[in-house]
Design a protein. Structure first.
Length: 199
């Protein structure tokens, strides 16, 4: 699996639609300070479900939408799509290519799409569990992140190893099941209370 293509429109400094085609191998992005190199990595992180404006170097989520310049009006929405080559079927979808897209409007309305079908953020996250690519993955190492990883608490550092070992989805399912069990236990207590009152 590798990143084939990134499409950005109205995201941060990219007012116009711009398409980056990547090939199997190494791609370097160079440019002067402030020209938008980090915004490219931010776009990938954002489309994968980043919810923290701070992680995207903004104050609010609306800051990802092109804010306008002296000569250009602001955009009303930001759109990012990444296309991954899935010919090795590392992603559990029966497609050779998988496109994940995210759009957000100034009104706050937003949507995620997997291969053109509207889906939940949860679906995007689950698709990437244990691939190292998700928002929590280690495939995008931002500025200062190495320092953060090294100074993280051991439990937080362990999350990276869990992702690499491919056990995140099982842990996630275990947590969900435990929550359901807890709810059922509470329901049982309530049922028993009602039964006791009726008796
Ligand atoms: P450096 O080499 O200094 O790290 P860079 O090439 O990585 O710089 P970025 O940090 O990606 O540059 O881009 C910063 C630019 O993006 C700034 O000029 C900033 O004004 C612009 N920018 C960020 N958010 C928006 C937005 N919402 N609308 C318009 N421009 C934006």
């Amino acid at each position: 699996m590798y990143l084939k293509c990134l499409e950005v429109h109205g995201f941060k400094s990219f007012a116009n639609k711009i398409v980056f085609d990547f090939h199997n191998g190494i791609t370097g992005i160079v440019g002067p300070n402030g020209s938008g190199k980090s915004n490219v990595a931010d776009a990938v992180r954002w489309v994968l479900g980043e919810q923290s404006a701070k992680q995207l170097r903004g104050a609010s989520m609306q800051d990802v939408i092109f804010a306008g310049t002296e000569n250009r009006n602001p955009q009303s929405y930001a759109y990012v799509a990444i296309t991954l080559d899935n010919s090795d079927h590392q992603l559990a979808l029966d497609y050779e290519e998988v496109t994940i897209a995210r759009r957000v409007y100034r009104s706050g309305e937003s949507e995620y799409l997997i291969n053109g079908n509207v889906c939940r953020m949860k679906d995007v996250k689950e698709l990437f569990y244990d691939t190292g690519i998700g928002k929590e993955g280690y495939s995008i190492i931002g500025q200062g992140q190495i320092d953060r990883i090294l100074s993280n608490k051991p439990e937080e550092r362990r999350e990276l190893f869990d992702e690499a070992a491919g056990i995140v989805k099982f842990k996630q399912r275990k947590n969900e099941t435990q929550k359901q069990l807890e709810n059922e236990r509470e329901n049982l207590v309530r049922v028993n209370d009602i039964l006791a009152e009726l008796e």
